[in-house]
Structure formats: structure tokens, C-alpha cells
Ligand binder design. Structure first.
Ligand code: SF4
Length: 747
């Protein structure tokens, strides 16, 4: 039995559940991870990623020294324009030569070689070029991506740098790609956007509706709580999902809707609730508005009409509506099957309507609960890494909000931009002359996470200057001009905010690997250099000696976090809003009122997915995650758990497989109007006829080469969950060589 030198309590770096981990450290290595039983989040449980997926920290391919392209260190800046125009010819050339040099080979130097350098040189290069572009093209030419994997403190200083120094709101992060539709709907109807309740309250719900969420694979510990609630506490489960996910085995009713048909399904449930007088009239009268207009809009959504669109039997829709409406406590949880659509906002609104009609909100065991994906996507949004909001969801185009932040940061009155910034997808599509010229990416990988990757690649190539700050030189990093190595979650102190608004302590178990540094320190050092070059001083400053100072600075204006100190969350996190230093936190929102006053019914109509199946592309592709991997795979594919699920599989229903002559394990070509990939077929009844599923983790068969980049008009979220594809048999030789692609792709 190994005795650890120390055991450090921290938070899992993968999903939004926010499980607490105990990292067992011996001789500078984490050799074991256990789960504390006294954590109210996971109570001794972890999924495979939290338990075993931490060894990426020590992976030999991790970049731990700052790097710049050779031409940036040697050339006259006047040649830059010519250099970046050359980029598209060989973006991975420098990466290949870095790998070759590491293997001891002699490499003929090219301008695109990566050259390892020191921090001062790297940060001076970045500051010089960002300021050069800013002076030449102004604020609209500048943009940044924050990171839902980074700390609240990392993200706060990044948005402060972009707003206070470059005077633009062009900053966003992957919330745009996961729950932007939910955020827009909840803001519109209630005036806020986080989960209203706590996941653990599921045992107090007598009916739970789970939709668009393969919870067992995406939020496994919440799935455990759901299963326990069903088995031990009598919670009755309704699952609405196109796939026969594991939770269906625990459900009383399964509604297998066609992808992208949420609006008719849930509007039909609302129709039944109104027609059968199952409405909570007291709640509707006292807590809501715009009911009459909304009820008129429901008229056409009969269960039979919905059945014709979504394929769910009308009688099952009636049963589900009655079960949810007559519950004492009805709870709704949803995932990206609701939000990742061009109708993501409308889809989420239909769920909000169900809660408002029945009054299933504002009490324990009820509520509207979008399960947030990344470990800190909630926190990154809270601290203002969004183009429309300062920290605390304060609109940037409201004068009184801007003034408060100007005062805090000592920016001259009117100095901060009142113009809404660009979203992630828009930042890239504006990457052209006269648009965005410089992009700073902290811990995101758009070359895996954006839809329609060929277009994304083209946009990245148009940038004049790209900085990537990350752990690995991933699919986006190969396009960068400068790479800044960041510390991992286990090497820094700070906070993450989980899906149910719990702000928790992240603690360093190890010093940063090599020369890597915590993101907030890198950003602050860079900001000081930019400030000096701009001759612009932000008196709130960048001289933080501890991340808690950053959180406390933000909490002066973002009152949701006003009562949160590191001392108060030393043992157990606090769920915001925490408005004062003696406030106990808020596990359940909306007990008396909604942030906008009354909850608003917003009539919605059914709009089909942008690309329905047709004769040419007869199947619908839907995408998502698998248990063993995480997002673009930057972390899990550098972990031993990659061996549990080493290659991509396309799930296809036996009926479709037979029609196409495809058997289990056959290589198949999957083609959409935007691209194609070759993978093996997994013939399974987990998917439904006409629908195929591909996970998003594998660079060698990237699902997002196929997906549609059409956007939801309000939330600007792409339609990842439905596009038309065709499938045909391929040869073994066409399958990507995983061993080659994975390792080449990392450099
Ligand atoms: Fe980590 Fe999420 Fe798994 Fe918990 S459920 S261990 S937070 S990945």
C-alpha cells in the first residue's frame, strides 16, 4: 500500500457535475484519485473520466515551453503580411518539424518551424502584434475565446483584458456551442439562465422529465442520482430522446421523437395540459404573463398533429402530459438535444412553458434544469466571457452596467464598448480583411468543436495573428503563431462553478509542469505589456498575488458572487446567488419571483430542421459524446482511458443497416453536403430507424466535418443535432490509421 505524501481535494476537470476529487500525490506524481464521501455533489462516486482520466497531465506530448514560429523571432515585422498569407500552404509543417526535432532528426529550418523560447520573448511578441493590429484596425479587429475548462479567475481576467484594453466585446466561449439556446430562452422568459434547482433534489421530484440528454454518458453522476430516485424514492421518469439511451430502461414513458422536433412534442404536451384543465391557475395568475396569447398559439398543436411531425404516438404524448402536470413536484432536466438546433431557443422555451403552466418551479424537487456540459461552462458565463454580457449577466449595451465596470476598472467614462460583440462562430466568419484580424484562444479547440470544419479551417487561415494558450498543440494549435503553455487543473488554485451554480475550490496538487503557468498569470503578464504599449492604464491592475483577489474584485459588481470567499468554500461550495458574506447560498431559485418579475409565455411556432433528409441524403445524423471521452479529445485522447474507446463508431439501426447491406464492424463512408468521414458501423437498436449517431471526439473522423453551421437566430448556436447524410460501404484501406492520425494530429 503506497502512502501518499499528501492528498489534495479539488474538482474534476471534465463535466459540469463538478465531482470532488482527492488527488493522492507521491514523489511529484498523482498516482490515485478517490472520491470523498462528504462531498454533497458526488458522495463517494466518480465516473471513469474522473477516476482514471487525469494522466494527461504527465503526457510526453504536453507542451511546457512557450513557442513561436521561427519567422516571428527572426524576420522583419514588415514581412508578416506575406508570412501569414503563406500559412494555408502548410499549417502543420512547423508541427511536423517540432516532432522530428524531438525525435533527434536534423531539420532544415522553415519560417513555420516552432521555436521554443522564454516567457518574456513570447509575451513581448504577442503584445507587439496584438497592439500593432489594434492600432491599425481598431477594436473590431480583436477577439478572444475564453475557456469553459479554465478557472473563473482565468476567464475574468481575460474578458477584462479584452474589454478594458482593446475596448471590444468580441469574446465568447463554448457555451455558444452547447447551451446558448437554453440561455436565450431562460433569459427571455425568466430573466436568468442557470439551473433553477440542485441536481440532488431529483429524489424530491415525483415526476422527472429528461430530454435531449444522454445523462448516463454525459453527466454520469447525475444519472446515478436519477436511477436512485426512481428505484428508492418512487420518482416516475419520462424520457424524450431520439436514442434508446440507458435511462429509457428506468422510464415509465419513452418519447422517441425525431431529431429537431422538440417544439411540436412539448407544445402538444402543453396543449393537453390546457385542454384537460390541468393548468395551475393560481400560479399562472400570480406569477406569469402573456398567457392568453400563448394559449391561442397552442391551438394547432394537437397530439395528432405532433405525432405526424415527431413520430411519437399521440396517446403517449397525452400520458406524458398528464403525468407531468398532475405531479406534486415535477422536474425537468435537459441537455444539448434541446439547445443545439437552429430552433434551440424555441425548443427550450417549450420546456419553460410546461413549468409555468403547471407551477413546477420555485420549490425543491421541481424546476428547469439545463445540464451544463463543461466543468466550468457555468462559471465562464457568470464571469462575463460572453459577447453580450459583463460578469453577472449585465448587458453590455446598458449604460448603467457599463458605467459600473468602468468605475471598477478605472476606465474613462464611455471608454468601454456598448456594442454587442461577436459570438464564437461569428468571430471566425468575420476573419477576413476589414474584420477580425487577431484572435487569442485560451483553452478552446474550434478545429474540433465548431460545425462545418472545412469552413472553420478556411476562417482560421484568414487570421493575421493567432495565439493559442493550452496544454497540447491540438488541431487548432497547429494554426497558431504563438503557443503559450498553460498549467493543468491539478497545478493551479482557483474556483469552478458547476452546473447547479455551486462555486467550488480548485487546488494545486503539483507545481506547474515545466515552464507552464496558470492561465490567469499568463493573461495578467500579457495585459501589463499591452497596457504599457497602449499607454492606457487600468488602475484595478493586474498585480494579483493570489486568484482569490481576482474573484473578490469581480464580486464588487457581480453581486451573485458577493458573499463568496475562499474561506467560506474551503470545505463545501456555495450555490450562488450569495449576495452577502453571511448568506447561506441558494439551492432553489424563484421561490417568490423571477428576476424579470413575472415568467413570460413566449409563443413559438414549429420550424423544421434546416436540412431534413431527402433522396440524396436520406438519413439524419445526430452527434454527441460517449462516456469515455470528452469533447474534442484534447484531454481524454492523451489519457489511458483512450484505450477503452480508441476509435469512432457510427451507430446505425438494424433496419437501416439491412437496407444498406451493412454489418457490424463494416467500414462505412458517411457523407454530408459539407464533408465525409470513414468509420466502422455499430449496428444497434440504441438509435432509431432513419437516425445515425456519431460522437464528436475523434479528429481522424471528426463529426463536425459533417455538421451544419446554420445558426439559431437568437442564440447563434449551430445545428449540431441534425443534418442529412448518406452512407455507403467503404474499404478497410479507407479507414483512418488511428495510431498515425492521433499522434500526428497533436503536433
Ligand atoms: Fe467528472 Fe463529470 Fe464524471 Fe463527475 S460525472 S467524475 S464531474 S466527468
Amino acid at each position: 500500500m503506497i502512502r501518499p505524501d499528501r492528498v489534495v481535494r479539488t474538482v474534476c476537470p471534465y463535466c459540469g457535475v463538478g465531482c470532488n476529487l482527492d488527488l493522492h500525490v507521491k514523489d511529484g506524481l498523482i498516482y490515485r484519485v478517490t472520491a470523498p464521501f462528504d462531498s454533497p455533489v458526488n458522495r463517494g462516486n466518480l465516473c471513469v473520466k474522473g477516476r482514471f482520466g487525469y494522466d494527461f497531465i504527465f503526457h510526453p506530448e504536453r507542451i511546457t515551453t512557450p513557442m513561436a514560429r521561427r519567422y516571428l523571432l527572426e524576420d522583419d515585422p514588415g514581412t508578416l503580411t506575406r508570412r501569414w498569407r503563406e500559412r494555408h500552404r502548410a499549417p502543420e509543417l512547423g508541427a511536423a518539424s517540432l516532432q522530428a526535432r524531438r525525435n533527434g532528426a536534423t531539420v532544415h529550418p522553415t519560417p513555420w518551424d516552432w521555436v521554443e523560447t522564454d516567457w518574456d520573448t513570447a509575451l513581448d511578441i504577442v503584445a507587439d502584434h496584438l497592439v500593432r493590429i489594434y492600432h491599425r484596425d481598431g477594436p473590431d479587429a480583436m477577439a478572444a475565446y475564453g475557456s469553459a475548462k479554465a478557472l473563473n479567475e482565468d476567464n475574468y481576467v481575460l474578458q477584462k483584458m479584452i474589454r478594458a484594453l482593446f475596448r471590444t466585446n468580441n469574446i465568447d466561449h463554448c457555451t455558444r456551442l452547447c447551451h446558448a439556446g437554453s440561455v436565450a430562452a431562460l433569459q427571455l422568459s425568466l430573466g436568468t439562465s442557470a439551473m433553477s434547482n440542485t441536481a440532488a433534489q431529483v429524489k424530491q421530484a415525483d415526476v422527472l422529465l429528461v430530454t435531449g440528454s444522454n445523462t448516463s454518458e454525459n453527466h454520469p453522476i447525475i444519472a446515478l442520482q436519477i436511477k436512485e430516485a426512481v428505484r428508492k424514492h418512487g420518482t416516475r421518469l419520462i424520457v424524450a430522446d431520439p436514442r434508446r439511451i440507458e435511462l429509457v430502461d428506468f422510464a415509465e414513458i419513452w418519447l422517441p421523437l425525431r431529431p429537431g422536433t422538440n417544439v411540436p412534442l412539448f407544445s402538444a404536451m402543453a396543449h393537453v395540459i390546457v385542454k384537460e384543465n390541468l393548468v395551475n391557475w393560481d400560479f399562472v395568475r400570480t406569477r406569469t404573463e402573456c398567457f392568453e396569447e400563448y394559449v391561442q398559439s397552442l391551438e394547432k398543436f394537437t397530439p395528432e398533429y405532433a405525432e405526424g411531425i415527431c413520430g411519437v404516438p399521440a396517446e403517449d404524448i397525452r400520458r406524458a402530459a398528464r403525468l407531468y402536470a398532475t405531479a406534486r413536484n415535477g422536474m425537468i432536466m435537459w441537455g444539448m438535444g434541446i439547445s443545439q438546433l437552429s430552433t434551440g431557443t424555441a425548443s427550450a422555451l417549450t420546456l419553460v412553458h410546461l413549468a409555468l403552466l403547471t407551477g413546477h418551479i420555485g420549490r425543491d424537487g421541481t424546476g428547469l434544469n439545463p445540464l451544463r456540459g463543461q466543468n466550468n461552462v457555468q462559471g465562464s458565463s457568470d464571469v462575463g466571457v460572453m459577447p453580450f454580457h459583463y460578469p453577472g449577466y449585465m448587458r453590455v449595451d446598458r449604460e448603467e452596467n457599463a458605467r459600473q465596470w468602468e468605475q471598477l476598472w478605472n476606465v474613462e467614462p464611455g471608454g468601454l464598448s456598448r456594442k454587442l460583440g461577436l459570438t464564437t462562430t461569428e468571430i471566425l466568419s468575420h476573419a477576413h480583411e476589414g474584420g477580425v484580424r487577431a484572435l487569442f484562444i485560451m483553452g478552446e479547440n474550434p478545429m474540433m468543436s465548431e460545425p462545418n470544419l472545412e469552413k472553420t479551417r478556411h476562417h482560421l487561415e484568414q487570421l493575421e495573428f493567432l495565439v493559442v494558450q493550452d496544454l497540447f498543440l491540438n488541431e487548432t494549435g497547429v494554426y497558431a503563431d504563438v503557443f503559450l503553455p498553460a498549467a493543468s487543473f491539478a497545478e493551479k488554485d482557483g474556483t469552478f462553478t458547476n452546473t447547479d451554480r455551486r462555486v467550488q475550490r480548485v487546488r494545486a496538487a503539483l507545481p506547474p509542469h515545466g515552464q507552464s503557468r496558470p492561465d490567469w498569470q499568463i493573461v495578467c503578464d500579457l495585459a501589463k505589456r499591452i497596457e504599457a504599449r497602449l499607454g492606457r492604464r487600468v488602475s484595478a491592475g493586474w498585480d494579483y498575488t493570489h486568484p482569490e483577489q481576482i474573484l473578490r474584485e469581480m464580486a464588487q459588481v457581480n453581486t451573485d458572487y458577493a458573499g463568496i470567499t475562499y474561506e467560506r468554500i474551503e470545505k463545501v461550495g456555495l450555490q450562488y446567488p450569495v449576495p452577502t458574506l453571511d448568506h447561506p447560498g441558494t439551492p432553489t431559485l424563484f421561490t417568490e419571483t423571477f428576476p424579470r418579475g413575472r415568467g413570460r409565455f413566449v409563443p413559438v411556432d414549429y420550424v423544421p430542421v434546416a436540412e431534413p433528409p431527402d433522396d440524396e441524403y436520406p438519413l439524419t445524423l445526430t452527434t454527441g459524446r460517449v462516456l469515455e471521452h470528452w469533447h474534442g479529445g484534447t484531454l481524454t485522447r492523451h489519457s489511458l482511458i483512450d484505450e477503452l474507446y480508441p476509435e469512432p463508431w457510427l451507430e446505425i439501426h438494424p433496419v437501416d443497416a439491412e437496407l444498406l447491406g451493412i454489418r457490424e464492424g463494416d467500414p462505412i463512408r458517411v457523407e454530408s453536403r459539407r464533408g465525409k468521414v470513414v468509420v466502422r458501423a455499430h449496428v444497434t437498436e440504441k438509435t432509431t430507424p432513419g437516425v445515425v449517431f456519431l460522437s464528436m471526439h475523434f479528429a481522424e473522423a471528426a463529426a463536425n466535418l459533417l455538421t451544419n453551421d446554420v445558426l439559431d437566430p437568437q442564440a447563434k448556436i449551430p445545428e449540431f443535432k441534425a443534418c442529412a447524410v448518406r452512407i455507403e460501404r467503404a474499404s478497410e484501406a479507407e479507414l483512418p490509421r488511428v495510431d498515425v492520425v492521433v499522434h500526428r494530429g497533436r503536433y
